[in-house]
Design a protein. Structure first.
Length: 356
């Protein structure tokens, strides 16, 4: 655009000041800035119209005031500026139990819902985990839900491009693993949830993932290994507990089998001893049954020795029974501990029963 200015009276030669030239430059500069600003305003308005979600997110973040706990989750998870932005854009809130169940939970045994991202209004709700030993889990859940918010904003072509590497990452997990069971449970509840859940889980739980995924998640985490380490910290608690329960259950099964064998053997030995004692008494009471005192004493002592051996065997079996009962008490206490942890994680527990 050409701009016309009103005429300026000429000055005598050699008297036009440098200041006048500078001033003219400033006026022209202001005009240029006005034109550029007007163009930027038009461009930004067009962008805002084309990207209403981004505008809404920005307005939400400007108005959202995170609590120290929420801000702490973002910091401990090592969320990047973009990750923290999406987290805050979802107005995350830790809500009381009853309200959380209404907003997020589903009523299934052994399924604990600790957070959710609601597609309807794009909000994150987090369960209040009060057990200090599980505090790291709150951070992992917060990061997990942030990734759901990120997935919700990805163009469909980007989502489709991530499917193969996500499946590749999941393929490294054994089919008998807890994660495989968890994904199966998600699919049973909603068959379309597999890839979105893999996206959130792989990003927060798996240490080794394809490079394309690592590069992708770097948008949302300054150091993804920080949140993975927190997940491993919590997972170790449950792995150790489960391994101890399984060890105790195995020991109980083996000891129970020993006790059953010992009792069966003792019953057979007792029945045989009873028959032999009856025969001995009948022979001893019959005239001429024993022709010498030494033969009588020998047979009598043999029966007494067998009776003593049987008593020792029964005592050993009773000691095993006492040990079995101690292990049952230990198993029960550990099971109660596991049930308490499940309750802390909003799980309707199904305790493992010890072998009868």
């Amino acid at each position: 655009m050409t701009e016309f200015a009103p005429p300026i009276a000429p000055e005598p030669p050699g008297r036009r000041s440098r200041a006048a030239r500078v001033g003219r430059g400033i006026l022209l500069g202001i005009a240029a800035v006005a034109i550029v600003a007007q163009s930027a305003l038009i461009a930004s308005t067009a962008w805002a119209v084309a990207n209403p979600r981004a505008v809404s997110d920005q307005l939400t973040v400007w108005q959202y005031d995170p609590t120290p706990a929420i801000a702490g989750y973002a910091t401990r998870a090592a969320m990047s500026e973009r990750g923290r932005f999406l987290f805050y854009a979802s107005t995350p809130a830790v809500v009381p139990d009853a309200e959380f169940d209404r907003l997020c939970s589903r009523d299934e045994p052994d399924i604990g819902v600790l957070g959710c991202y609601t597609l309807a209004d794009g909000r994150i709700y987090l369960y209040d985990i009060t057990n200090v030993d599980l505090a790291a889990f709150e951070v992992v859940v917060a990061a997990h839900e942030m990734l759901h918010a990120a997935w919700d904003r990805l163009p469909i072509e980007q989502q489709e491009a991530l499917v193969e590497p996500l499946e590749e990452a999941f393929a490294t997990v054994g089919p008998e693993s807890e994660l495989a069971e968890r994904i199966a449970a998600y699919e049973d509840y909603d068959r379309d949830s597999r890839i979105p859940e893999l996206y959130a889980i792989v990003g927060t739980e798996l240490p080794q993932i394809p490079a394309v995924l690592e590069e992708h998640y770097a948008q949302y985490f300054d150091d993804r290994s920080a949140v993975v380490a927190l997940w491993q910290e919590v997972e170790a608690i449950f792995v150790a507990l489960e391994e101890e329960l399984e060890r105790l259950n195995t020991e109980l099964e083996a000891l129970s089998a020993e006790i059953d064998d010992d009792q069966a053997a003792a019953e057979r030995a007792a029945a045989a001893l009873e028959r032999d004692i009856t025969a001995f008494n009948a022979r001893a009471s019959r005239p001429g049954g024993y022709t010498s005192q030494s033969a009588f004493e020998r047979d009598r002592q043999a029966l007494l020795d067998r009776q003593s051996a049987l008593t020792r065997r029964i005592d050993e079996t009773n000691a095993k029974i006492d040990r079995y009962n101690e292990l049952v008490d230990e198993f029960t206490a550990l099971n109660e501990q596991a049930a308490a942890l499940d309750k802390d994680l909003n799980i309707d527990p199904q305790p493992i029963a010890p072998t009868d």
